[in-house]
Design a protein around this ligand. Structure first.
Ligand code: TNX
Length: 619
């Protein structure tokens, strides 16, 4: 990146221009949609050549990028005469417009009109990711999440150039997607979720195939592909409980009880977070009749080249390594038959398995270096597999930030001292396990396990801001990363998160700040001003500890009122409005100066012009 003088200011006349009939037009429409609410400008999307001071999106050859860089790379040139984004793919352009959002003032993320000015600094940027795979895994099995909640998360994580949504659709406590031919999977398997707060079971739920397709399409529109996971052969008590008694199903042989290879016969529900008790039987034909339907249908509906078959945490007391390997080898042929590439937790590389060329192992053990617990990563490399790095101490979004944060959510098994943002940032996926290098590693993934999280707000609290750190680990070359610098830049994400209604953890590692934006078009009607004068973003800062003083521009100086929902332990979005009233005796326009202060942070100041209106406006 090279930074120049000045910048380009988006105005009421700015257009977003792209070649007629090209995929660039869709990205142009995305950009206009991002920018319209806060600017209040029409920002028409215009097919055709640029003329003058436009924002231009162009699909073309970009000689600055190698073919592999060009898959997601882009060129961004901003100067006083306009903004140019060029890329070889629509995905590249989409990444470019996320950068434009980041270059604009934080209030561009507001859902209501703000004052501006909306200036993008002059820059020349050539940008492309370190890794192809930058994933976010969401466990909808331990606690059900609605398609709407997942779409909101897609919107939020795609802003940080995350390109893969891995959906953990099935586990011991729930099966979440309708599979034609096996209605019990959701009728029975979708009933519950892990019990919390002393309940034996929390409410469940499932998605129809249409809902799944809607999520996949929404992800695709955000240039994210969806990897479905049906965790196997362990972690599948919900499947066993659903199909164990499905004797009349014509796709089974009348004796489906033989699918149960777990520790309990008959199988029984267990809605706690216990692991390692269930397994499907590798010698049962019914087992694979069920899997064939699931893999065929999910593969057809999913955009990713990968299908994730799990493979984690099957104790040898439940299935011997031979039976475990036989099961997975069979399952891998079903995945390959659907044209998908096998992906699984790294145990899948263990003795006796035979993953097809190009298969991906997801390494989740916290162990680094050369220790014995890194064995699965070495086995995967020895089998020529690719690696996605998700070591639990660096990438497990369900772990607590600190021993008591958050107080009532999150697990600690990998992070008994807490795993805060810096720990998610400060590691190198290409040097984490000795001998596992960028030759093998195709990316990173943040895993949001669902045992303790119920609501979207709770999920967001665990995900943000740590996934932002991981997004940068996946994108930026190691040599260009600096933790201190990152934490400073992360502070600027506070208002962006508050403005988009994205709950997050106000990590004490970040110096969160106050940001003020004046309300546009404040008027003194018959000399009187009243109502909202500004918006205040104050993440992690309770409304009660913010003081606001207003200099009215006529020599008077009085406090303003901070209005907003107070934060709770796990709801921190500090977006407030500031209101006050005043009567001017003199004539003419004024400029108000609003200053917000809170203990331990710098003041925020904004100037708000007041126009005089003799009569109230019609509406
Ligand atoms: C381990 S990591 C699991 C999950 C749990 C998670 C909780 C992995 C492949 N298995 O089943 O949800 O820990 O942190």
């Amino acid at each position: 990146m090279a930074v120049g003088a000045g910048g380009f200011t988006i105005t009421r006349d700015t257009r977003v221009v792209a070649d007629p009939g090209s995929a660039a037009l869709t990205v142009a429409a995305d950009l206009a949609a991002y920018l319209r609410p806060a600017t209040g400008y029409p920002l028409p999307v215009v097919p055709g050549p640029a003329s003058g001071r436009d924002v231009r999106l162009e699909l073309r050859e970009v000689p600055e990028l190698t073919p592999s860089q060009a898959v997601e790379g882009y060129l961004l040139d901003v100067g006083p005469d306009g903004v140019d984004v060029a890329a070889e793919t629509a995905h590249g352009l989409f990444n470019g417009i996320q950068t434009i959002r980041q270059l604009l003032p934080v209030w561009i993320e507001s859902r209501t009109t703000e004052q501006g000015p909306w200036t993008v600094p002059s820059v020349h940027i050539v940008d492309y990711p370190r890794y192809d795979y930058r994933g976010f895994m969401l466990d909808v099995a331990r606690h059900f999440q609605t398609p709407d909640a997942v779409m909101q998360l897609i919107e939020e994580v795609s802003a940080y150039k995350i390109n893969t949504l891995h959906l953990h659709l099935s586990d011991d406590q729930g099966f979440r997607i309708v599979i034609d031919g096996f209605p019990n999977l959701t009728d029975i398997g979708g009933r519950g979720s892990v019990g919390t707060d002393g309940r034996p079971m929390d409410p469940g739920g499932f998605w129809t195939q249409q809902e799944y397709k809607d999520v996949v399409a929404y992800a695709a529109a955000h240039h994210m592909s969806v990897v479905p996971e049906v965790d196997s052969p362990g972690h599948n008590n919900a499947i066993i409980m659903s199909e164990y008694g499905d004797t009349a199903n014509p796709l089974l042989d009348g004796h489906p009880e033989d699918i149960n290879g777990g520790a309990h016969d008959p199988p029984q529900w267990n809605y706690t977070g216990d692991v390692g008790h269930s397994a499907m039987c590798p010698e049962s034909e019914n087992t694979f009749a069920i899997y064939d339907a699931m893999i065929t249908q999910l593969s057809a509906m999913s955009t990713s080249p990968y299908f994730h078959i799990g493979g984690d945490e099957v104790p040898s007391t439940v299935l011997s390594q031979d039976r475990y390997a036989a099961f997975l080898n069979h399952l891998m042929t079903l995945v390959t038959a659907q044209g998908k590439t096998v992906m699984g937790w790294a145990e899948l590389a263990g003795p006796g398995t035979d993953p097809p060329a190009g298969s991906v192992a997801e390494y989740w053990n916290p162990a680094s270096g050369t220790g014995p617990d890194t064995a699965t990563a070495h086995q995967a490399v020895a089998k020529d597999m690719k690696i996605v790095m998700a070591p639990a101490t660096r990438a497990y979004l369900d772990q607590k930030y600190a021993p008591d944060t958050p107080p009532d959510l999150g697990l600690t098994w990998a992070c008994d001292d807490g795993c805060d943002v810096s720990q998610f940032y400060d590691w190198d996926p290409g040097r984490y396990v000795a001998g596992v290098t960028d030759q093998h590693v195709i990316g990173v993934e943040g895993a949001m396990w669902g045992e303790t999280v119920r609501t979207l707000g709770e999920v967001q609290y665990m995900v943000f801001p740590r996934l932002i750190a991981l997004a940068e680990v996946g994108w930026t070359p190691q040599a260009a990363r600096d933790q201190g610098d990152f934490l400073l830049r992360l502070a600027a994400q506070g208002p962006r998160l508050t403005l988009t209604g994205t709950n997050f953890c106000p990590s004490p590692e970040v110096r969160w700040r106050l940001d003020l934006a004046g309300t546009p078009d404040v008027r003194a009607v018959g000399g009187r001003v009243e109502g909202t004068l500004a918006s205040l973003s104050a993440p992690a800062i309770p409304a009660g500890s913010v003081t606001v003083s207003i200099a009215w521009g006529d020599g008077t100086n009085r406090p303003g009122t901070v209005i907003g929902t107070p934060a709770t332990a796990t709801s921190v979005n500090g977006l407030y409005s500031i209101s006050a009233s005043h009567r001017y005796t003199g004539h003419g326009g004024y400029e108000i100066t609003i200053t917000a202060s809170a203990p331990g942070v710098s003041d925020a100041v904004v100037q708000v012009p007041v126009r005089r209106a003799e009569q109230p406006t019609a509406d």
